[in-house]
Design a protein. Sequence first.
Length: 540
Amino acid sequence: MINKLYANKIINTVLILSLLFFGLNLEAQEMKANADSLKKMVFTLASDSLKGRFPGTFEDSLTAAYIAGKLSQAGLIPLIGDSYLIPFEITLYREVCENSSVKIGGRELIAGEEFAVNPLSPEALVKGEVADATNMGMAQEKIAFLKISRDSVVFKVTGLKERGFEALLFYDSTSSNISFGKLNGAGFPIPVLSVSPGVASELIEKSGTTITISTNTRVVKAKTYNVAGITPGENRNFILAGAHYDHLGFGGTGSGSVRPGEDKIHPGADDNASGVSSVLEVARLLTVNQFGDKSEKRFAVAAFGAEERGLIGSAILADTLMKLGRLPGLMINLDMVGRLRDNKLQAGGVGTFEEADSLLAAINSNFGFDLVSTKTGSGPSDHSSFNSKKIPVLYFTTGVHSEYHTPADSAALVNINGLAKVTDFIATLITHSVTPSFNPKYIQLEESSMPSRNSFKVTLGIIPDFTYDKGDGFRIGPVSDGRPAQKAGLLEGDIIVEMGGRKIANIYDYMSALGQIKKGEIVEVCFIRDGSQKNVKIEL
């Protein structure tokens, strides 16, 4: 009796050979991306008029509308509902409102000159004595004072709260700037304020002085979009090609810019006007060639919003499609495909389904890319949102460069001819992915093949849900199979409120608690599921 695995390999080989010899060459040559069209789209999306396509801005909505128009022109219909635009809400930023104040004794400090409130602080009124918090131990006073860099604050606040402090005043001797501006991120559990050198000296000299702190902050939310269309038809099976359309706006602290000090438009031509332009051109090519009418499966395109904020748009779309029972059979992600150099194209996710390597090799025989592949389907781009739903994925990029996440990532640097070649490759790949005989089965990779994204001694094997910022816990995103969280029964959507005896209000609390746990330790985790509190012990 023939081994089942061996039989499957034979079937896959026959499938790939049939693709190679019966139609691959002819159809690949018929479909040619329009380089002029690609160039126009890249230059439009990366233009100064769209101001870096920052999520939630007017320019962001203009970009989404532009993409929706292109999907309509290509003959696609809305993927969900009756609109290409699928709105969702994000936290745009946190800011300090008026009336925040600090009093030392009877003297009120000058805002902006002597103190500044970190926008991630909660609204609070704290009155008490200040103490140097360098020494460990439970607080006898309410307000902590530390000489630390502003970058270190995030690692201190949770511990200070656990020691009984209700606010933190800090002095950063490495910077003359005490202000913050608008910030992104989860809120702190206690108010955090920076102070000037003069105030720092006063606090040291007058230890035990009564201080009154009043913080007034607010969360500013905004609407952004996923934009998605699909070829007409009744069949529910489809292949999805996607690319994120958002970028960093004007950059700045917390934006992800490599040059946060430069208040300039970050055009994001390669990241990711190139990917969006490519999938839009693929949509045009496939509908012009009527492959959607000839195939059993359908073809969909999605432009994701808020990728740079933590894969928020793709995570929401994947969740929505899962609830509707409409997840794709294969997700193809294009992120930074505009800088083809030395004919090198990188492909990720080839370990998520058995046919991947053979399929790509067969198609590449017509293109001659120096194709470098990796097995993992996880990573910091939108395919990860679908991989976590156990959907086979492929991820393509031409690689990073020195202009990445800087104002220099301009349309003029995009290799248009290279982008056209990548687009032709993707169109050919999709053409054969929508055939009735192509039904990839998801393969769960061993955790050892996954790259580590942190330096903690232990991990639970979960990805944070970056869309959750209510301040009442840490909500779990995708859970990795075979890791401590999964073994203990934790599920995506559970909200951790306590871990190892430490209260968890947000991701900072979670990180702080995780950093205190040793390998092999058994930790009790308290979490909320469907409104009910549950407890579980996890061995790390």
